[in-house]
Design a protein around this ligand. Sequence first.
Ligand SMILES: Nc1ncnc2c1ncn2[C@@H]1O[C@H](COP(=O)(O)OP(=O)(O)OP(=O)(O)O)[C@@H](O)[C@H]1O
Length: 693
Amino acid sequence: MRCDKDKATLWKAYDPSADQYSTLFATLRHVSCVGAHLVPAHTTAAEVMGNPVVPAHPKQRWQALQDHRQQLPIWTAKEKLLALLQRHQTVVLVGETGSGKTTQVPQFLLEGGFAGEGMIACTQPRRVAAITVAKRVAQEQGVQPGTQVGYAVRFEDNTTAATRIKYMTDGILLREALLDPALKRYQVVIVDEAHERSVQSDLLFGLLKGIQARRGHNFWLVIMSATLVAAQFVGFFPGAAATYVQGRQFPVQVFYTASPEEHYVDAAVVAVLQVAVEEGAGDVLVFLTGQEEIEAVQRLLQDRANQLPAKYQSLAILPLFAALPPDQQARVFQPAPVGARKVILATNIAETSITVPGVRFTIDTGFVKTRMYNAKVGAESLTVTPISQAQARQRSGRAGREAPGKAFRLYTERSFRQLQPASLPEIQRVDLAAVTLQLKALGVDDVLGFDFLERPPRAALVRSLEELLALGALDSNGRLSPLGRQMSRLPVEPQYAKVLVAAAHMGCSLEALAVVAMAASDQPFLLPRESRERAQEAHKRFASGEGDHMTLLAVFQAFHGLQQTSSEQWCHDNFLSRRALCKAVDIYSQLLENIKALGLPLLSCGSDTTPVRRALTSGLFKHAAKRHTDGTYKVLASSQMVALHPSSVLCGKRPPCCVFSELVCTTRAYARQVTVIDSAWLAELAPAFFSMH
Ligand SMILES: Nc1ncnc2c1ncn2[C@@H]1O[C@H](COP(=O)(O)OP(=O)(O)OP(=O)(O)O)[C@@H](O)[C@H]1O
């Protein structure tokens, strides 16, 4: 749908040549701040008013929730769905975003007796969705989250023996299948957002099909999706039936720009300000591609919103991305401070399943960051790519959850029509080593013959088998080795799992755990524009001549010993992100428990870090590189030429041989997180790989 006439002005505003743009922009840029202000994102409504928020009577609130539930379109399909499940073990349910699938279907099945004495699992591609939906459904059931309705995500299990409906990430269900291959605790598994086709859900489809064949009539599957992909699933699961739910609760008006936008980030900023100026009440959800971009937009918006005249609502700008700590993510779901409009700057983690209360407007930049595996180079990279039409619909769908909404797409209608109908399934474009290891651990010996919904490229599967063989996770017959079984129990990529197991045998578990936890966390070094040089000086204190991993280790060790009170000041003085370091400590503790559970020794190598670098070599050898005469580096496995990343402490130091964590492809190929090694270690620690090459 094109924008209606009176709103055309809004979109003309994106055309720099149009008067509207310059007028509005001038207003926004030059009006001095007369009372308009930004409410700090963490201020609650009660704080702004100076009064506590008075909750409505719980009984009334519960009744209102029940009334709301029954108005959802899915209620018209309740009886039909239950009747279908009496006749079919698998039902594919297609319904528009906001029709009520995620929140209602598990409750229908529980009330319909399908859980028997067991549980209903409902999987989500993302943890934030699993957590928020579980909390909502617990409210609707009138119970505390974690009791009858609970959730489980990586590093957090909020369920008890009383739990009957369990929301979880698809990865968690796969991990449960490692210990309980028939998933006996569950009578029903619901795979939600099936169209997203995450690697984990693609593995689940094949696995669940096998479980259903073995368990027979006591195990139901419900595959839910907002897009029309029913035929593929019906064809895959024997005897499956499909059903459709018409309609959504509230309409969403979709707007496009009149002409293509050159800079989508700028366009997003202007669009938010225009909503603030031209639209009525309601919060705004903006889709961007990643943390750095979100933080940049947050700064820009804060600067510009400060100049809005007082008559416009203040903006409470809140980021939302996967690496954000849970308490900060939770702020997004709280009401906006009184007199303010929430502006949520999110990655695609806000794209499916979740309802952000208050959101009436979405702004869709049309881009997403996607993981792509380059088989030639044998490395993955994160690239900003256009979204698919299905993603655009999901994004718009977030606007009409509690009332009619508006979706502003920062691209033309023509561009929308040119987008792919759906994104390429993740399993077709990522490194499959982790997938193959998981399948082997689940008892699937013939990975090439596994019943995939859509088979990944054979060459990619073969390559992943070779990689696991080189890591020692498989024996020469292609079966999971004892080392491979240990690796499969560690919730990190296979190469890091190998580092951890090797480190345990080399007497340096504690150091390796710290390095892996730091590598898995976010960038800890802060470089504020205004004090860049001071920050660089501070960071130099941790720099190790042996490379970035040892530098990360030094930072971790210095931080880990601090008290909570002194750590804030210490991080501030050293220009380090306390958030990233706390996250690393969290991951460290989790991995420590995993290593203990495997019965591996937990030893420290003290100040000689040679064993840690050797352990790193035994996992990262695929990323080993030797210095070339011209100072660039040749990756031994692929012969690709790379440079050391400018952020590396080794940049300019030219060590003869190194291993690195990842390849980053921007204007040229860079090795990021680099460690100096002795080239003789390669043949010693990865003989299978270096004889193959
Ligand atoms: N946390 C919440 N707070 C407020 N309302 C909510 C919440 N979660 C769900 N709702 C309400 O329930 C409705 C149905 O949500 P539900 O997630 O079940 O829909 P859905 O069909 O699964 O949508 P999608 O495909 O987008 O996930 C929402 O539109 C919203 O009105």
